[in-house]
Design a protein around this ligand. Structure first.
Ligand code: SAM
Ligand code: SF4
Length: 466
């Protein structure tokens, strides 16, 4: 048997890219590739890129500069290092990558990962291969399943893509161009994937999609199912303790999703619901198709169905034409909603999007200042949220040993990291933890005296409302 070839994969950007990276590893495993943490050792390096903001794509070109040196050094040692650029920069700038970085062997867009073995073979004979098509068939149906070993190595929490692409066309965003039109995977295939994960020890699954609550995959009854209905079905899978989904759009929150939060204990009470701005004028210029009041109403509906629910969000500051008044409306919205955390970004013009042609750019200094004010408010809210947990008892799904000796770390329903002193036996269990203190982003607590002795399955919460 020939020695395994080594694959190093570096992923930028969103959760979907993290998931895609795993599926590329799974696709290349039958070709004899095993993962390595070191670029120097690698026979194949994949950069799994993100195009969402300008800095993200610049990073790719500087990383390619470093890889050229590594590839030359490997050649001096008579080793061939192949370089693949995958992801959304590959999709958007395929020809440009080939022109600026001729040592790249393969450029592959997010819809074509199942073709990686053939593309590498083509690059070996023809010198280079590029595939940035949007094929009609479900790429996931053609990607090999991860091995049991790979699932176990990845731990007890996993992502599963259920929906890809976006038809919303927010004026700042490249996703509709790089990931293509919105498509949903059939329910049966998702059930198969999640069952396989649960059978191999995964306790928490996060369903991912650019616009995950627009999910409308074909159900076993031949009709499109909503995300809420899908969650109900997945909650029946034995062994699964927690279900999450990300990222949602405020316009696509429908009744069955709210009911899933009310009726299924496994559906966690924490939702990432980006709003981008609190100003109706800016929301209209962004083509978000909702107002700040619409967003508040959606939040209120979630809270009616699940009073203990918490939210995170995304914000863009300095969108073209944003005035101090518009920005004040964003701060007011944040103050009113009260977030458990949020991501905020400076607006970055992306070529080919309508906003890139808008004239009234906000001065960089004003953008910096607004970003700092917004982040300060969000951070204070996040600290208050974490502080409020102190003294309470919360369910924690334990994931792995912490860096500190003897501690095991897990996540609360709100994704807060929670640390306890315990043996590794508790990994994979959901246990009540009494929170005694908090640091910047983490909670610390204690287990009930006999918790370590409780057998794994009996700690799993009931999976349905029964
Ligand atoms: N589909 C999700 C939504 O509707 O909010 C997320 C899409 S995007 C992958 C993640 C976040 O990146 C967005 O919510 C937005 O805040 C930010 N983003 C996207 N394009 C951007 C741009 N041109 N400049 C700055 N931030 C951007
Ligand atoms: Fe981009 Fe808007 Fe679609 Fe989100 S909803 S992926 S921000 S176009």
């Amino acid at each position: 048997m020939s020695a395994p070839r080594k694959l190093h994969i570096k992923s930028y950007g969103c959760q979907m890219n993290v998931y895609d990276a795993q599926r590329m590893v799974d696709t290349l495993a039958p070709e004899g590739f095993v993962e390595t943490a070191s670029i120097e050792d690698a026979d194949l390096v994949i950069l799994n890129t993100c195009h969402i903001r300008e800095k993200a794509s610049e990073k790719v070109f500087s990383e390619l500069g470093r890889l050229r040196v590594a590839k030359d050094e490997a050649a001096l040692r008579d080793r061939r290092m192949e370089i693949v650029v995958a992801g959304c920069v590959a999709q958007a700038e395929g020809e440009e990558i080939i022109r600026r970085a001729p040592m790249v062997d393969v450029v592959v867009g997010p819809q074509s990962y199942h073709n990686l073995p053939q593309l590498l073979a083509r690059a070996r004979t023809e010198g280079r291969a590029l595939d940035t098509e949007f094929p009609v068939e479900d790429k996931f149906a053609r990607l090999p399943q991860p091995s049991r070993q790979a699932i176990r190595a990845r731990g007890i929490s996993a992502f599963v893509t259920v929906q890809e692409g976006c038809d919303k066309f927010c004026t700042f965003c490249v996703v509709p161009y790089t990931r293509g039109a919105e498509t949903s995977r059939p329910v049966a295939r998702i059930v198969e994937d999640v069952t396989r994960l649960a059978d191999n020890g995964v306790r928490e699954v996060t369903l991912i999609g650019q616009n995950v609550n627009a999910y409308h995959g074909d159900g076993p009854d031949g009709r499109p199912w909503t995300l809420g209905r899908l969650l109900h079905r997945l909650a029946e899978i034995p062994g699964l303790a927690r279900l999450r989904y990300s990222t949602s759009h405020p316009r696509d929150v429908e009744q069955s999703l709210l009911e899933a939060h009310r009726d299924i204990p496994a559906v966690m009470p924490f939702v990432h619901l980006p709003v981008q701005s609190g100003s109706d004028r800016i929301l209209a210029a962004m083509n978000r198709k909702h107002t700040a009041a619409d967003y508040r109403r959606v939040i209120d509906r979630f809270r009616t169905f699940r009073p203990d629910i918490a939210f995170s969000s995304d914000f863009i500051v300095g969108f073209p034409g944003e005035t101090e008044d518009d920005f004040a409306a964003t701060l007011a919205l944040v103050a009113q909603i009260g977030y458990a955390g949020a991501y905020s970004f400076k607006y970055s013009p992306r070529a080919g999007t309508p906003a890139a042609d808008m004239q009234e750019m906000v001065a960089p200094a004003a953008m910096d200042e607004r970003l700092a004010r917004l982040q300060d408010l969000i951070e204070r809210q996040q600290h208050a949220f974490n502080r409020a947990a102190v003294g309470s008892t919360v369910d924690v799904l334990f994931e792995r040993p912490a860096r500190n000796d003897g501690q095991i770390v897990g996540r609360t329903p709100y994704l807060q990291p929670a640390h306890v002193m315990a043996s590794e036996d508790i990994i994979g269990q959901v246990l009540p933890v009494t929170i005694t203190r908090h640091e910047r982003y983490s909670l610390f607590g204690t287990l009930p005296a006999n918790a370590g002795a409780i057998p794994r399955q009996t700690r799993t919460p009931a999976l349905t409302g029964a």
